[in-house]
Design a protein around this ligand. Structure first.
Ligand code: SF4
Length: 182
């Protein structure tokens, strides 16, 4: 997350003005490791969330009847697990897909029409470069740690309103997991 000269996170400045809530219907995937880290953080910080996780095909944060993530504080408009939040939340507005034909992990940026922070990054290539490398690292760690069933379910979710900005080779361990190594 980039910072402005006042030391505030720029994305929060942009995001707090945004008419969209990217913490609604987000359902970021949670590895077993991330679930443990979040549970431990909730305990340490004494944050009383009884049912933090949900999911059928893959585990993600629970949400309310409007689809708002259980970790989103509607008053402060901040994430209560920000220091340990899921990998795709840290990477956003960068998202990913796996191209099984080319065996590449493809990285996408949300379009400015649906994400003010994405528009800021698009307009500021130096900030995009600064954000992209850690975002890619978070996503690569996620796809290595997720089990095959969860990863398959996530890859079936369409991500409209995005465009491709980069790609990485698919790690061998992920190819094996997806059954495409030869
Ligand atoms: S974990 Fe935090 S950043 Fe991610 S969707 Fe939930 S509230 Fe938003």
């Amino acid at each position: 997350m980039s910072e402005d000269k006042k030391g505030k996170t720029y994305s929060f400045d942009v995001c707090s003005q945004c008419k969209f809530t990217c913490c609604q219907d987000a359902n970021p995937p949670l590895t077993l490791n991330r679930q443990k880290i979040i549970r431990s953080y909730l305990r340490e910080q004494k944050i009383p969330i009884q049912t933090p996780f949900a999911g059928k095909d893959y585990v993600h944060p629970a949400s309310d009847s409007d689809g708002i993530c259980v970790f989103y504080n509607k008053e402060t408009q901040k994430c209560v697990v920000h220091p340990v939040k899921p990998e795709t939340c840290k990477a956003g507005p960068v998202t990913f897909d796996i191209n099984l034909k080319t065996r590449k992990v493809e990285f996408y940026l949300k379009k400015g029409e649906i994400c003010g922070f994405a528009q800021f990054l698009y307009d500021n290539p130096a900030s995009l470069r600064k954000h992209l490398e850690p975002a890619k690292a978070e996503i690569m760690q996620l796809i290595c740690e997720l089990d095959a069933e969860a990863l398959g379910a996530i890859l079936r979710i369409p991500e409209p309103q995005t465009f491709r900005i980069a790609e990485n080779n698919l790690p061998k361990e992920v190819m094996q997991k997806l059954g495409i190594d030869e």
